[in-house]
Write a protein that binds this ligand. Structure first.
Ligand code: UDP
Ligand code: MG
Length: 314
């Protein structure tokens, strides 16, 4: 922890000379294979943009040589590079959050993947759009090179489902590669939920956003850290985090069954009155059971509605 503070101190010690204007934020989990190729490119971009541009790496609990490598980068350019080490693997969403928390006030952020899939060479163009007035510039993938068709198909299906269910429109084919202006960073910092779906939060904070089309490059080295199980969990996070439609669905199923139960109960009463009671006790039992069942489901539905509201407020 003390090392971490020291590194950050080094990063924030420089504002006396040059204030930080933009932070290139990279979350890395076991990326020792890709980082040696990416780091020089990031440095070159930062150098071309001036001394106000910094690099901030977040090591998300890597078990390989990633942290040692990041420390090396930091030692080599202490004015330019900062590094944070999370105590374990918290997942990319929380790693990015930790990074955003350490961005100096007033600075913008560009979020990039550690595997080179988001080309750092595009940052100057994104910055130009930011200077022209956009608070958020998000990358939109025109091509997903080196991704299997199943991943592309499931991604397309996910965007369709979440945009049908959620009130916050989430742009499709958009990853975390984006530039956030200082106001957007501030707004994001105010959102402290532990279960996070960053793409949704990015969209939720609003501001003037511009899409930026780019070709997503294949991974420089190493394997994807997101298998289908993790992607499925991320999708659930997104849907439950940005929609109460599933909860609503329970309400409507409950109401429908309650109605059916009442109608069934009435039918049993009518039949008994018209044609008598062939099995003694059955009609009264049926009416009681369906009436109580219907009541319970309706009450559950009402609780579901309130829970939905409570959830949105929390
Ligand atoms: N990542 C992370 N923590 C994790 C998993 C991934 O910080 O638990 C980082 C990873 O190092 C990379 C980015 O998130 O910089 C995207 O991961 P990956 O390239 O594996 O995902 P994909 O591009 O295949 O969706
Ligand atoms: Mg990747």
């Amino acid at each position: 922890m003390s090392r971490c503070t020291a590194i950050l101190a080094a990063m924030s010690a420089s504002p006396a000379t040059v204030s930080v204007e933009l932070v290139l934020l990279v979350a890395a989990h076991n990326e020792e294979a890709a980082l040696p190729a990416l780091h020089p490119r990031l440095l070159a971009v930062a150098d071309s943009l001036g001394p106000g541009v910094r690099l901030l790496y977040v090591d998300d609990g890597s078990r390989d040589g990633t942290w040692a490598m990041l420390e090396g980068f930091q030692r080599a350019s202490p004015q330019r590079v900062g590094a944070l080490k999370l105590s374990r693997n918290f997942g990319k969403e929380l790693a990015l959050t930790a990074g955003l928390d350490h961005v100096p006030p007033g600075a913008g952020v560009v979020i990039l993947d550690a595997d080179g899939q988001d080309p750092p060479e595009l940052v100057p163009a994104m910055m130009a759009r930011w200077r022209a007035g956009a608070e958020v510039v998000f990358g939109r993938r025109t091509e997903r090179q080196g991704e299997p068709w199943l991943k592309r198909a499931t991604a397309a299906a996910f965007y369709r489902v979440i945009n049908a269910l959620s009130d916050t429109p989430i742009p499709r084919d958009t990853g975390d590669f984006r530039l956030l202006g200082p106001r957007a960073v501030d707004a994001l910092r105010g959102l402290r939920e532990r279960q996070r779906f960053m793409k949704g939060l990015f969209a939720w904070v609003g501001f003037r956003a511009e899409a930026f089309d780019y070709e997503r490059a294949p991974r420089l080295a190493g394997d994807s850290k997101f298998n289908y199980w993790r992607l499925w969990n991320l999708a659930l996070e997104g849907i439950t985090g940005f929609s109460t439609v599933p909860l609503r669905a329970a309400t409507y199923v409950g109401l429908a069954s309650a109605l059916l139960a009442f109608v069934g109960g009435l039918w049993v009463i009518a039949r008994t009155l018209l044609w008598g009671d062939p099995v003694a006790g059955w009609p009264s039992l049926m009416v009681a059971v369906s009436f109580l069942g219907g009541l319970q489901l309706m009450a559950l539905g009402i609780i579901g509605e309130y829970l939905g509201r409570l959830y949105l407020e929390a």
